[in-house]
Design a protein around this ligand. Structure first.
Ligand code: NAI
Length: 331
């Protein structure tokens, strides 16, 4: 059995963490032979709730769980971690503008970046789930200059999973038979769920999804808006935001990054190098493949006029968020 790795989950007393912690501790993320030592970070008023989570983890009697450290101190939480799930963020309160939420949350990610810079492993892999996820990841990276910027990513995997599931349902196929769906850009309502390169296994043969569905109006309109608004639909039904599916997506993202994707494409928010005419130095979701712990943007895809407009709109939003966030972080 390998030596345990330290893994931190922030927002550990919250609803996404409640599903995520079991997946990490049971081996679904880092593999069945990799023990984990869990560091659980939340804010001081939540320490009582966190105690209950720690009790439940113990009661799961999981062989791969080497230990648990609950804490409200970021420097303790990030000490020597190999993987970081940054889930904790301030929820949007009534009357709060998007701008206020961004300001409150980027401050959290500035502080956590600074703590990671001091005490985390230099090869730590960071996944930001807390919203605004892309811009939080960018700020975190900026304040952790000793850690490579490639190690900071934002979650758009839930959007990818939603998109894949929508197409599979439309085609009447099992979800695993639909591949190469892409989420471009921001994890927000400007994201571009793109089926133009997707393929589906129909009758044992791989076919392009656009030809199989043969309905451009659906692919550019209903499909796109259904995925963009799925989070809001879940809130309307459940009166709480997506948690089970968000935790599953976070597990998928980190697992693929650590253990590799083979030739599968997955969508991850990563620091943009300007690929596909996107703004540089924002955390933009691209199709990537992962191997040996390193992600690589899928190159050479054709972007049509519709795609160009969609990529430009989400890129513009990210550039604006970045400017706002950098302004907030000045003080
Ligand atoms: P929640 O409100 O149930 O839990 C959040 C937890 O974070 C709370 O326990 C809170 O005390 C904690 N927290 C707040 N500030 C903190 C700080 N400075 N340090 C450590 N912990 C802190 O929220 P939930 O449902 O677990 O969602 C968490 C975040 O994930 C939200 O920002 C939500 O918008 C985002 N999200 C992102 C998705 C994505 O696809 N990227 C999908 C679904 C949710």
């Amino acid at each position: 059995m390998a030596a345990p790795i330290k893994v931190v989950v922030t927002g550990a007393a919250g609803q996404i963490a409640y599903s995520l912690l079991y997946q990490i501790a049971s081996g679904s993320v880092f593999g069945p032979d990799q023990p984990v030592y869990l560091h659980l970070l939340d804010i001081a008023p939540m320490m009582g709730v966190l105690e209950g989570v720690v009790m439940e983890l113990a009661d799961c009697a999981l062989p791969l769980l080497a230990g648990v450290l609950p804490t409200a101190n970021p420097e303790e939480a990030f000490k020597d971690v190999a993987a970081a799930f940054l889930v904790g963020a301030m929820p949007r309160k009534e009357g709060m503008e998007r701008k206020d939420l961004l300001a409150a949350n980027v401050r959290i990610f500035k502080e956590q970046g600074q703590a990671m810079d001091k005490v985390a492993r230099k090869d730590v892999k960071v996944l930001v789930v807390g919203n605004p996820a892309n811009t939080n990841a960018l700020i975190c990276s900026k304040y952790a200059p000793s850690i490579p910027k490639e190690n900071f990513t934002a979650m758009t995997r839930l959007d990818q999973n939603r998109a894949q599931s929508q197409l599979a349902a439309k085609l009447g196929l099992p979800v695993q038979d639909v591949k190469r769906v892409i989420i471009w850009g921001n994890h927000s309502s400007t994201q571009f769920p793109d089926a133009s390169n997707a393929v589906a296994k129909i009758g044992g043969v791989e076919k392009p999804v656009p030809a199989a569905i043969n309905d451009n109006e659906y692919l550019r309109s209903t499909f796109v808006t259904t995925v963009q608004k799925r989070g809001a639909a879940v809130i309307a039904a459940r009166k709480m935001s997506s948690a089970l599916s968000a935790a599953k997506a976070a597990s998928d993202h980190m697992k693929d990054w650590f253990l590799g994707t083979g030739d599968r494409w997955v969508s991850m928010g990563v620091v943009s190098d300007g690929s596909y005419g996107t703004p540089r130095d924002v955390v933009f979701s691209f199709p990537v493949t992962c191997s040996n712990g390193v992600w690589k943007i899928v190159e050479g895809l054709t972007i049509d006029d519709f795609g160009r407009q969609m990529l430009d709109a989400t890129g513009k939003e990210l550039a604006e968020e970045k400017a706002e966030a950098l302004e907030v972080c000045k003080d």
